[in-house]
Design a protein around this ligand. Structure first.
Ligand SMILES: [Zn+2]
Length: 325
């Protein structure tokens, strides 16, 4: 099934599974506590003044920590909670990078391969219009030449981009390619990995709290996933789509190709019977993405116009359909 399953999600999943293990251990502790200390139910605990004092203190400190770690995402200005450091994100990225390289050994095209050069050139142009200088990162774009792999692309925190060869047919041209690459770049620019890492302890704490209340692990996981985690992930994917579209337009790529790429993707999905309800997915549905891209086009065109991309158009016209340069 195709999705832009970015590795930051994979990293977060690993991190999340560790947190999940921790929370499960805590839940086991909680169930043991309940079994051997039957004199106090959760409602009794809530009525205990000492417990309530500590709970208020923890909540108060947590609230201050939350408010002082809110910052704006670039381009969209969305306020989000981030406490993780770029060093931690890089550590997660480096660890995943080694793993992905090992998994795809023998399928990665060399850097001098014409396809690698072409994709890297498009990526370079997007990097140049970034509102935050990200050139200090060790950027590398890898093409995974594996026809069996579904069309996909992802970025690792720290600047490693992987593009699977099967998505190149769906990209069809540089503008389509810019749509994919700018989306991946936007994840790094907006530090979505950091945002995910920052939320992981909150999800774990919420899981423990709900388990203490209901004692139902499966139901709580489903609740947290569908009500909190997946909508948050879809919001970040939509943000990456938006930022990506603005950046590719500024880099003089045709924004109209973005929704056309997603139309081609929709056809690919239909051809393979790929369908997943949006509310059960970490990514927005393809139809939603097409609608979003179309609605953002006027703004994207405006950004493109400000970049004076068409200043050499007349030279093309003089050439009667042939490019002079
Ligand atoms: Zn993505």
């Amino acid at each position: 099934m195709f999705k832009f399953t970015s590795i930051w999600l994979r990293g977060a999943k690993e991190f999340g599974s560790q947190a999940s293990r921790t929370s499960k251990a805590s839940m086991r502790w909680a169930s043991t506590y309940k079994r051997f200390n039957n004199t106090k139910s959760s409602s009794n605990i809530l009525q205990d003044p000492t417990y309530r004092k500590y709970a208020a203190g923890v909540l108060g400190l947590g609230g201050v920590f939350y408010v002082t770690h809110l910052e704006e995402a670039p381009v969209t200005g969305r306020r989000r909670f981030i406490w993780s450091t770029e060093g931690l994100e890089k550590w997660v990225g480096d660890r995943s990078y080694r793993q992905v390289l090992a998994e795809n050994r023998g399928h990665i095209l060399p850097p001098h391969h014409p396809l690698s050069v072409k994709v890297s050139n498009v990526f370079e142009k997007i990097l140049k219009v970034s509102p935050i200088d990200e050139s200090h990162l060790d950027w590398k774009v890898h093409i995974v030449n594996d026809p069996r792999a579904p069309p996909n692309a992802f970025v690792l925190p720290g600047g490693k981009v992987f593009v699977f060869s099967s998505i190149l047919n769906i990209c069809q041209n540089d503008d389509g390619l810019a749509t994919v690459l700018s989306h991946e770049f936007a994840h790094q620019l907006a530090r979505h990995t950091g945002e995910n890492l920052s939320k992981t302890p909150i999800y774990a704490a919420l899981g423990i709290f709900l388990y203490a209340l209901t004692g139902a692990d499966f139901f709580n996981s489903l609740l947290i996933n569908t009500i909190i985690k997946m909508p948050a992930s879809r919001a970040m994917e939509t943000e990456a789509d938006y930022i990506g579209l603005m950046l590719m337009s500024e880099a003089c790529y045709d924004p109209n190709e973005s929704y056309k790429l997603w139309e081609r993707m929709a056809n690919w999905e239909k051809g393979r019977g790929v369908h997943q309800p949006e509310f059960m997915s970490t990514h927005p549905g393809t139809e939603t993405r097409i609608q979003n891209m179309r609605s953002w086009l006027p703004e994207a065109e405006e950004r493109r116009a400000k970049s004076h991309c068409g200043q050499f158009t007349s030279f093309y016209d003089f050439g009667r359909g042939r490019e002079i340069f």
